[in-house]
Design a protein around this ligand. Structure first.
Ligand SMILES: Cc1cc2nc3c(=O)[nH]c(=O)nc-3n(C[C@H](O)[C@H](O)[C@H](O)COP(=O)(O)OP(=O)(O)OC[C@H]3O[C@@H](n4cnc5c(N)ncnc54)[C@H](O)[C@@H]3O)c2cc1C
Length: 398
């Protein structure tokens, strides 16, 4: 999924949004796969919409715009609620039987072909169609009746487009803790949207029986599953972040920040996994640092493959970028040390200039905060539902 910015822009320019709205729920619909770049702050949603608007009429781009607004809506909820997005937001998840990740999901042997293939696709590519994410999370939380957070953490860790707001709030939406009811789908629905024809599965049933198709009303696993699946059925999913960061450091040794190579008396642009904007301060001479903070990844772990994708995207598109593996405070101390020695030479009194972008993950940074691109900068604050939010956005649609 690594790509040059120029190649991605070509994709944006040639994209035809007209069929998006009617086909987006089908796995072979006119979706873009741009989320790994949008989530990484590499592709601006504003630039995307400007491009689409120059060539297409409103009827063609409005469906696409609405989905882009879903992303922005989740960002606004995160901005307002902070870490509360990691807890049941509106109501408690009911009827939890499993506390950890169901093993048939982790091992891709649920028996539902479209879902097992999706899990392999997630492991292999780090990307999944929206409907497949919904099927996976509804199976996890509403049919295996597992607490939603372990499943959300597992999916997040493997997604190139991992984003706490979009991911955790979507999982909550499916589990009914950020929506009015739990989302479920049966085999007919899965067959229709994934172009499969599977019959006779435990999801091949009427909607009223779906929620007891694995774990029945007395909270026991239906006997027909016992031969296929392990006991216990769930297991803790863990990621060793410290080892992953060490491996990333080893693999990318030539790009690791070297204090001696910092340009003296020169500002710093701090990039991170949510800000890889290749157009940021491009015309200026600055020290460009990709900050990978252990504290952040301990809270939101990702796999080594996902972290290497971030590093590759940065190295390919941001000339001169160096990687700093450590928390912001450690980097800040280095920058201060460098700026003190600069001052000895120049006798200037000012501290080093540090630029970063506003984001829930940069609240502890120091320096000059710049705003990120918003499609609807006017519509901020907390909206309990997307449709209330969208109604307000519509006032600003041109
Ligand atoms: C359980 C679950 C977990 C999810 N986790 C994430 C995540 O970690 N990161 C993430 O970016 N998205 C997440 N999504 C939202 C959505 O699935 C992806 O953004 C979308 O599938 C990305 O594929 P695409 O770029 O081909 O989307 P397209 O359909 O081409 O849409 C274009 C862009 O609009 C935005 N978008 C579209 N649909 C949604 C949506 N339902 N919610 C939010 N934004 C949307 C994305 O930025 C996307 O790139 C999740 C959805 C579910 C149901």
């Amino acid at each position: 999924m690594n790509i040059t910015y120029a190649a991605l822009l070509e994709q944006v320019k040639s994209y035809q949004p007209g069929k998006y709205h009617t086909t987006r729920n089908y796995t072979n619909g006119a979706v873009t796969s741009w989320s790994p770049y949008i989530s990484r702050g590499f592709l601006s949603p504003v630039l995307v919409m400007e491009q689409l608007k120059t060539k297409h009429n409103k009827q063609e781009w409005i469906g696409f715009m609405q989905q882009m607004a879903w992303r922005e809506y989740f960002q606004r909820v995160w901005q307002q609620k902070g870490d509360l997005i990691l807890q049941d937001l509106k109501s408690s998840q009911t009827n939890i039987i499993l506390e950890q990740l169901p093993l048939p999901i982790q091992n891709a042997n649920t028996g539902i072909h479209a879902i097992d293939n999706a899990i392999h696709q997630l492991y292999d590519t780090g990307y999944l169609h929206n409907h497949l994410r919904m099927y996976l999370s509804m199976l996890h939380s509403n049919i295996f009746k597992a607490a939603w957070l372990p499943g959300a953490n597992w999916m997040y860790a493997h997604l190139l487009d991992h984003d706490p707001a979009a991911n955790f709030l979507s999982w909550q939406w499916v589990a009914g803790t950020f929506s009015s009811k739990k989302y479920i789908a049966n085999q007919d629905n899965i067959n229709k949207y994934t172009n499969t024809k599977q019959v006779g599965t435990f999801l091949d049933t009427e909607y009223e029986y779906l929620q007891t198709s694995i774990i029945d009303d007395s909270n026991t696993i239906q006997s027909k599953h016992l031969v296929n699946w392990p006991d216990p059925l769930d297991q803790k999913f863990e990621i060793d972040v410290a080892t992953i960061l060490k491996n990333i450091e080893k693999k990318n040794q030539s790009k690791i920040f070297d204090i001696n190579l910092a340009l003296p008396n020169t500002p710093y642009c701090i990039y991170n996994s949510f800000n890889l904007d290749p157009l940021w301060h491009t015309d200026e001479e600055v020290n460009r640092i990709l900050l990978l903070e252990p504290n952040h990844f301990e809270q939101f772990p990702v796999t080594e493959k996902v972290l290497q994708f971030i590093v590759d995207l940065a190295i390919t598109n941001i000339p001169g970028i160096q990687i700093f593996i450590g928390n912001f405070e450690d980097l800040y101390q280095h920058i201060e040390t460098i700026s003190m020695s600069d001052k000895n030479i120049t006798s200037e009194k000012n501290n080093a200039i540090i630029y970063f972008k506003e984001h829930p993950t940069t609240l502890h940074y120091k320096g000059i905060q710049e705003i990120r691109d918003w499609l609807f900068p006017e519509v901020d604050g907390y909206f309990p539902s997307f449709f209330g939010y969208w109604k307000k956005c519509e006032r600003y649609l041109k």
